[in-house]
Design a protein around this ligand. Structure first.
Ligand SMILES: C[S@@+](CC[C@H](N)C(=O)[O-])C[C@H]1O[C@@H](n2cnc3c(N)ncnc32)[C@H](O)[C@@H]1O
Length: 462
């Protein structure tokens, strides 16, 4: 059993924390969107471990909560396996800080005692984007690493974070299993899905938070709501680097016409800017633009699959005859061939569902005539989405982060790393300037949102 969570600090115990750099000297209260208030006086102390520590978002949030509650918090163990996460962690929390590696390879009895366990454990097995294999997946097994640490160390409390999909995975069975296992250890367990957008972070990010405490039930309702907008995170002096795409966007649209728009050739909708709106691959006439807009919609209709005798697919190539039923033009073939030459369209067979050895895939149906189809690679443009300054960002994942942009008077540019950090609620003094843009956004795309952790942690340590 570890020391109790809140010990009155006696004179000689102050030495215990003498080597701890006060967090207020590392994390300065200069941010607009997180209200970091350093501890004015220390009335108690607590220790914690930071598992799956990543870039340290959980630790930042927990330390901020402790500082506001006049608690001196000391991290006694952290662990991650990603080199650039460890580099970021040490850059911000001190190079003397050892980040231990694979948690499954560390014997629990080699861990120091501690009061709180924090873990934003890897989410892929439960996320909609993952394969939804879940609990039995090797990474799902990481939960069992957390469980055995809790079993042997019996800290005062814990805070776990994961993707929203954990709540519905396997019809809720997975979460039930997790809750029961935690309760069996003697914890009062609560959970809730919370959206970071309600905690002053201008990003919609719904995550499940699970708390446990040996004595108290931690309420996860009725948090004070704070809202922020994308306009508040803009770094106004960041340089605008012009590319072919950003130049074209500025030529064709006013800054406000681009707010909230996605740049993609998939699906229609007024919320998309298409490559042909920008004439990105070459000149497009008004008739061709109209044709492409119609084709984008028509190619999704079920009736074409029925006519072709194939299983419906979202985005079928349509033949000249089929297209001429909804778009009449004396030079239709020329319009289509010109768009194909320029790379807006492909001329291809539809693809049919084929099952081989229990695996189903799509293969070209060579017996069905070729047709014209929109070239629509996923994430095919260097900019995927332009944020609306009046709104909040959608949930940003690591793969998309480098493709998110802002439309400003000075032009369109990608998010800076600082803006990425602000979109996740990090204090201004947190820095990632030791990493490449790509590595920084890989971490930001996977991080917890410190303001949410802070709000929950304040209740956990109270
Ligand atoms: C969702 S991220 C956690 C993000 C972190 N809470 C933050 O705020 O940045 C999960 C982390 O778990 C780490 N991880 C995965 N398997 C691990 C293992 N076996 N041992 C330790 N860390 C692991 C990954 O490298 C990744 O950084």
């Amino acid at each position: 059993m570890s020391a109790s969570s809140k010990i009155k600090l006696r004179a000689n115990e102050a030495d215990l924390f003498a080597d701890v750099v006060p967090i207020e000297s590392r994390l300065k209260p200069v941010t607009a969107i997180t209200s970091f208030v350093p501890a004015k006086k220390v009335t108690s102390v607590c220790t914690f471990i930071d598992l799956f520590s990543g870039m340290g978002g959980t630790r930042v949030g927990f330390e901020l909560a402790c500082a506001e509650s006049n608690v001196a918090a000391r991290c006694v163990f952290s662990s991650d396996i990603k080199a650039h996460a460890i580099a970021a962690y040490q850059y911000n929390f001190g190079h003397a800080e050892k980040v231990h590696g694979d948690i499954t390879a560390i014997p629990v009895d080699s861990l120091p005692n501690f009061d709180y366990l924090l873990a934003g454990f890897p989410c892929q097995p439960f996320s909609a984007a993952g394969k939804r294999k879940g609990f039995l997946d090797e990474r799902g097994g990481l939960f069992f690493a957390i469980l055995s640490i809790l079993r042997q160390k019996k800290p005062q409390g814990f805070l776990l974070e994961n993707v929203e999909g954990l709540a519905t995975h396997d019809k809720g069975q997975t979460l039930q299993h997790i809750l029961v296992e935690l309760e069996k250890l003697g914890y009062q367990v609560t959970w809730k899905i919370l959206d970071a957008a309600e905690f002053g972070v201008p990003q919609q990010r719904r995550r499940i938070y699970i708390t446990g405490h040996l004595k108290n039930k931690i309420e996860l309702d009725n948090f004070a709501t704070h809202r922020a907008s994308v306009a508040q995170i803009v770094e106004h002096d960041a340089p605008v680097v012009q590319t072919k795409l950003t130049k074209l966007l500025a030529e064709k649209f006013k800054p406000e016409q681009m707010y909230g728009k996605a740049i993609k050739d998939k699906r229609g909708g007024g919320n998309n800017i298409h490559s042909w709106d920008l004439e990105l691959k070459g000149a497009v006439t008004e008739a061709q633009r109209e044709l492409l807009t119609l084709l984008l919609k028509q190619r999704r209709y079920k009736k074409w699959a029925a006519q072709k005798g194939i299983t419906w697919m979202d985005g079928m190539p349509l033949t000249l005859d089929e297209i001429s039923t909804f778009f009449q033009h004396p030079a239709l073939k020329n319009l289509l061939d010109d768009l194909t030459d320029k790379g807006y369209l492909t001329f291809e067979h539809p693809r049919e569902l084929v099952s081989k050895n229990g695996i189903t895939s799509r293969e070209a149906a060579l017996h069905v005539p070729k047709g014209y189809n929109i070239v629509a690679g996923k994430l095919s443009f260097p900019i995927a989405k332009i944020l609306d300054p009046k709104g909040i960002a959608p949930t940003l994942v690591a793969t998309e982060y480098g493709k998110i942009a802002l439309s400003l008077e000075a032009g369109v540019r990608k998010l800076t790393v600082r803006e990425g950090l602000r979109l996740s609620g990090y204090p201004e003094s947190y820095k990632l300037d030791n990493l490449s843009y790509r590595d920084a956004f890989d971490l930001i795309g996977n991080t917890v949102m410190p303001p949410v952790i802070k709000a929950i942690a304040k209740r956990l340590i109270a």
